[in-house]
Ligand binder design. Structure first.
Ligand code: SF4
Length: 691
């Protein structure tokens, strides 16, 4: 049987690692497999046309078997479930002889529910697919040789389809198959194009769920995993093409996670399996030699075993390449030896993604995380001080026990570190997770369909989460853009010092509070929330966070909300303008300083943006700058490698500007700043060097 593996990615630059591994694994076994990748943004009819064309061409090559079915296998994720569901329907309508096989995190824990929801699907892969799919194709080939369709003719009716009954022949490797019928599986009737049989012959792959004639689903009792990662192939046979298309190279050195966070599926199979280090390094050599720019390790927690990951990182750091390697780590698990090593890695070589989720110990306990925030903070601070890598940290809103006060504290503690990016995520409760069984306990209300995002909990209302969504957007375009550092630092300090009297924060608090008063049902919840917040403050000893950065983002978000500015996808020049308008309207006393600091941020990060309202003094700056660059000896005190080539190159590489507010001293006074664009650095100049 020929197979088409389909990966529906969330963005064009992504690569579908799962289908890639499966396709390559099958090819290694001598099975015919083709990989097709698309993105959810492509029109579904174009995707259908491409898939059916490829499937038909595969079939026509087997002239002797005109009716030979083609297997179409797809992996299903939160971002593509709707798309895949629709595609299944279209595929069965246009290719009635195809067999549809689904796998991936959205379906593997609920095969019966999946086959009920997607009646066109024939099989569900319950686990890691490589060996399961290959075994299925080998099974079909063997049955074809025997001249059977691989299924028993009939089986005695058991009389009760709901009985869960182990099937002896499926009981391999500790995984037992059970029968179950999903609610509604029979109500809609079964499609006539489905491949329904009573019972497969011996050799049916464990891990592959199928549907019987009465709609009963036979599935393994636990996901089946690949135990030996060394058996997996290199998933990029088309590496050069992928690199040419500037796609991200995803790579898996290990599978599984030893932790078991209540909202995550990765920890369900705790067994961590690793690919041998020499094989990983050989794969990396190959990827780097092809010119890949960004390699993302998708290992769920990369730094579990120092004896494994540290030599790997040391090797990658020593490679002669400008490629960037991205890892998801737990910062509290870095030993001092690992931190010391990371501080020496060439600048820009590594990116670290660190999931903090919350700094509140009670919240972390509720979600099954034993993270040590104090140690994590110390390690991250040391790495950020070294300044040689991009650090991205994550927080999640809507966690059990986390109310707005607790979230604000988590935010402030993480923001105080000034990572290059702080991503504010929202809790998603996936089916099959431990949290899915505790919805009632925490009063969690969530979307029933992907992305299963939480709408409210006993600790945080929908209105608060809705507000945080806008705050996330505001934070992303301002702080996470990295383009307004001086302006934001000043505004945070001002907000903290002046307590933002009669500002949006108060207005917003009053608005939210009065809205809540209207809703009598929320009063008890509010009381409970403030009790929890008090308990949390008591548990951390009333220690105040040094800086309440949240105050600024709250105030700015409220201004943004009142003006209806959210959801409009502003670019950075528009954001600069919005920041200016916000200060002009809400805090006019700060306008003088903000104009100067915003001009500095813009000059550094948006050099072609020259709006009049930023008060450029072009003529005088040009005269001073021309004088300065002519005094080579003075220039070399600031730019040791300086040699004059021509004015065009000089102006492209440097900017010299006077500001009337000192960003370091934070006071009104003249300061000259030299910006070196090739090093993205700033130099404060002595006034007498310029004048
Ligand atoms: S959230 Fe991360 S650490 Fe927790 S179980 Fe999932 S992969 Fe493991």
């Amino acid at each position: 049987m020929k197979t088409v593996f389909i990966g529906i990615n969330s963005k064009y630059i992504h690569t579908a690692l799962g289908p890639r591994y499966m396709a390559e694994y099958c090819r290694q076994k001598g099975l015919q497999a083709q990989l097709l990748e698309f993105s959810v943004n492509e029109p579904i009819l174009s995707v259908l046309a491409r898939v059916t064309e490829v499937a038909e061409s595969l079939r026509s090559k087997a002239a002797a078997f005109a009716e030979e079915p083609v297997l179409i296998a797809m992996d299903v994720h939160i971002w593509n479930r709707r798309y895949v569901t629709e595609l299944c329907e279209l595929l069965k309508k246009t290719l009635p002889h195809c067999r549809l096989m689904l796998g991936g995190p959205e379906v593997l824990f609920d095969p019966a529910g999946t086959l009920a929801r997607i009646p066109e699907a024939d099989y569900v892969v319950c686990g890691e697919g490589e060996e399961i799919v290959a075994a299925y194709l080998q099974y079909e080939a063997a049955q074809e040789k025997l001249g059977t369709d691989g299924w028993a003719e009939t089986q005695e009716d058991k009389g009760d389809a709901l009985v869960k009954e182990p099937i002896a022949q499926e009981n391999q490797g500790g995984v037992t198959a059970v029968e179950s019928v999903a609610p509604g599986a029979l109500q809609h009737g079964l499609s006539p194009t489905l491949f329904l049989r009573e019972k497969p012959a011996t050799g049916w792959p464990r891990g592959l769920a199928y549907r019987k004639t009465d709609g009963t689903v036979v599935a393994p009792s636990a996901p089946v995993i690949v135990t030996d990662m060394d058996r997996l192939p290199f998933p990029y046979p088309d590496l050069e093409k992928v690199v040419r298309q500037h796609k991200i190279i995803y790579y898996e050195a290990s599978r599984g996670c030893p932790f078991h966070c209540a909202y995550c599926l990765s920890g369900i199979s705790r067994s961590v399996r690793r690919r041998s280090l020499p094989l990983v390094l050989a794969d990396m050599e190959r990827i780097v030699a092809a010119g890949a720019k960004l390699i993302k390790f998708v290992d769920r927690t990369y730094n579990v075993d120092e004896a494994y990951y540290l030599p790997m990182m040391q090797y990658l750091a020593a490679m002669d390449t400008d490629a960037v390697f991205h890892f998801e780590i737990k910062a509290d698990r870095l030993s001092s030896q690992a931190v010391e090593f990371l501080k020496t890695v060439p600048e820009g070589r590594f990116q670290l993604e660190i999931g903090v989720q919350s700094t509140n110990p009670a919240v972390l306990t509720a979600i099954g995380r034993k993270d040590n925030w104090i140690r994590a903070r110390r390690n991250v601070a040391a790495l950020l001080a070294a300044g040689n890598m991009h650090i991205h940290m994550d927080l999640i809103a809507g966690l059990p026990l986390e109310d707005s006060g607790s979230f604000r504290r988590s935010f402030n503690e993480v923001y105080a570190l000034r990572p290059q990016a702080l991503q504010l995520g929202f809790l998603k409760v996936l089916s099959g997770t431990a949290l899915d069984r505790e919805l009632e306990r925490y009063g969690i209300v969530r979307m029933a369909e992907p992305p299963y995002e939480v709408l409210s909990t006993r600790y945080v209302s929908y209105k608060e989460l809705r507000f945080l969504k806008i705050l996330e957007e505001v934070f992303d375009v301002t702080a996470n853009s990295g383009r307004f550092r001086f302006t934001l630092d000043y505004l945070i300090r001002q907000c903290n010092e002046q307590k933002v009297t009669q500002s949006g924060e108060q207005r917003a608090t009053q608005t939210v509070a009065s809205e809540k008063e209207d809703d009598a049902g929320t009063r008890d919840i509010n009381k409970e929330r403030s009790r929890k917040a008090d308990a949390f403050v008591a548990s951390v000893g009333n220690e105040k966070t040094a800086e309440d950065a949240f105050a600024l983002f709250f105030d700015l978000t409220e201004w943004y909300r009142q003006k209806g500015l959210f959801g409009l996808g502003h670019n950075s020049t528009e954001v600069a303008e919005l920041l200016f308008s916000y200060v002009k309207e809400s805090h006019p006393d700060w306008l003088f300083a903000v104009r100067e600091l915003l001009r500095l941020d813009v000059l550094m990060n948006l050099p072609h943006f020259k709006p009049e309202w930023l008060g450029w003094r072009d003529k005088i700056n040009y005269e001073r700058s021309s004088r300065f660059w002519r005094k080579e000896e003075v220039v070399r005190q600031y730019v040791p490698e300086y040699t004059f080539k021509n004015w065009r190159i000089l102006h492209r590489q440097y900017a010299l500007e006077e500001f009337l507010f000192d960003p370091w001293e934070r006071k009104e006074r003249s300061v000259f700043i030299l910006i070196n664009y090739s090093e993205t650095g700033l130099t404060r100049m002595e006034t007498n060097a310029i004048i």
